[in-house]
Design a protein around this ligand. Structure first.
Ligand SMILES: Cc1cc2nc3c(=O)[nH]c(=O)nc-3n(C[C@H](O)[C@H](O)[C@H](O)COP(=O)(O)OP(=O)(O)OC[C@H]3O[C@@H](n4cnc5c(N)ncnc54)[C@H](O)[C@@H]3O)c2cc1C
Length: 383
């Protein structure tokens, strides 16, 4: 067993931390106040190779893998969970092409996606219920060597900045219910963002509707095989969405722990810094334990992905544990800071608001418990 990061991974962490502090930190207040996506920052990260971290070098990525991606998301989220959320969803869009696109789609899209010339969203959820994607009503009817898509996706990250998207739609109704994943592009028409949601957190990361109105998609834009859309989307949600959420949670915890320790060292009560109080020690110890346990779950899940082993159980476990830990840790940071913790200027309340959004995103934590519970109680498979 080896718990050490490689030199390459340590260098990556330092580089992403430096970039986050130099370029992202000065923009956080503006993101909070305007709720506008800092496109220039996303493009800057793309230019640094951030979007291709799991894409093999022969396709133009860096191929550093999922552990490296977790490091990257954690470091960006330490400064801006919102930007890390945008970034992790963009990885999902890139993976749709890199892992399930045919050669023509790869030739056409991978370079502009990796360079941040265009962005891609992942559109699965509908108003009929994110926990039950098979209730989705978006249709794809075959016509003229392609498909005509109609429907409305909700709660889609990067909805209003994406030129393209992976969209899951129904290609056959009852009794043979069938879902297929399509690569949709604005250039074909009939694909546009709808309303942008106002959220409690993740300001500067847009979440909204994607509307498909007689949207033409060429037959060659099917991702993976016809009829495999839900299976494919669920794998992408697990490998990229849930792990991405976990990366954001780690960054939130790291930031809150650092801020709480700094505040406790500076805040003087009864003539001494409050870092001398046992009750502060207890909270800091619990925050540390939550972060340390979360990191083990998170990086183990990514290690499984990098080593091509089954990871869905580890990812679902990490998703609910780490996001709930992020809520506990951000709440404790606020408590340590007394009244100051509730003041926007002190920069911790934002982490708690962002942490709450991690609970439903990419499958609610109830659904994670269902996945874990069902897997562990399933009868053993016969050999
Ligand atoms: C910030 C954010 C970003 C998102 N980004 C995207 C995106 O990019 N693309 C995308 O497609 N979607 C995205 N989503 C949607 C997200 O995946 C859904 O919100 C999520 O799957 C839950 O669906 P729902 O909101 O419809 O809740 P529902 O499915 O209606 O769930 C309601 C309640 O019922 C519970 N529940 C449901 N089924 C069960 C069960 N079997 N057992 C126990 N409890 C159950 C849930 O846990 C929840 O408490 C995003 C959501 C958020 C908040």
């Amino acid at each position: 067993m080896d718990f050490a990061f490689t030199n390459e991974q340590e260098l990556l962490r330092n580089a992403v931390r430096e970039l986050s502090e130099q370029y992202i930190a000065p923009r956080v207040n503006e993101m909070e106040e305007t709720d506008q996506v800092p496109l220039d920052l996303l493009k800057h990260m793309a230019a640094q190779g951030f979007l291709g971290v799991t894409v093999p070098p022969d396709l133009g990525g860096t191929g550093l893998g999922h552990v490296a991606r977790m490091i990257m998301l954690e470091e960006v989220a330490r400064v801006s969970p919102a930007l890390s959320m945008s970034l992790q969803c963009l990885h999902f869009g890139v993976a749709a092409i890199a892992e399930s696109g045919n050669q023509k789609l790869i030739d056409q899209y991978i370079k502009p996606l990796l360079q941040g010339e265009i962005f891609a969203a992942a559109g699965i959820t509908e108003a009929s219920g994110g926990s039950d994607p098979s209730a989705g009503t978006t249709t794809a009817l075959e016509k003229d060597n392609g498909f005509i898509l109609n429907g409305r996706k909700v709660f889609i990250t990067n909805s209003h900045i994406s030129d393209t998207a992976m969209i899951v739609a129904k290609t056959a109704d009852e009794p043979k219910k069938e879902f297929t994943a399509f690569w949709v592009d604005k250039k074909y028409g009939g694909f546009r963002p709808g309303r942008a949601e106002k959220k409690i957190g993740f300001h500067g990361c847009v979440t909204g509707e994607l509307i498909l109105e007689d949207c033409f998609v060429p037959a060659e834009n099917i991702l993976g095989a016809r009829g495999q859309g839900l299976a494919y989307a669920l794998k992408g949600i697990s490998d990229y969405g849930r792990t991405g959420i976990v990366g954001v949670a780690l960054g939130i915890m790291q930031a809150c722990l650092e801020k709480a320790i700094k505040f406790a060292g500076e805040r003087v009560l009864y003539g001494k810094p409050i870092s001398n109080l046992p009750s502060i020690h207890f909270k800091i110890a619990e925050m540390h334990a939550d972060l340390a346990a979360s990191r083990l779950l998170a990086y183990q899940a990514c290690w499984l992905l990098d080593n091509k082993q089954r990871a869905d159980l580890a990812i679902a476990t990490a998703k609910f544990y780490c996001t709930e830990a992020a809520l506990r840790v951000s709440r404790k940071a606020m408590d340590i800071m007394g009244g100051y913790g509730c003041m926007v200027e002190y920069g911790v309340e934002r982490y708690l608001r962002d942490a709450q959004l991690l609970v439903p995103a990419d499958g609610t934590n109830d659904i994670m418990r269902v996945v874990v519970g069902k897997t562990l109680t399933a009868p053993p498979k016969k050999k």
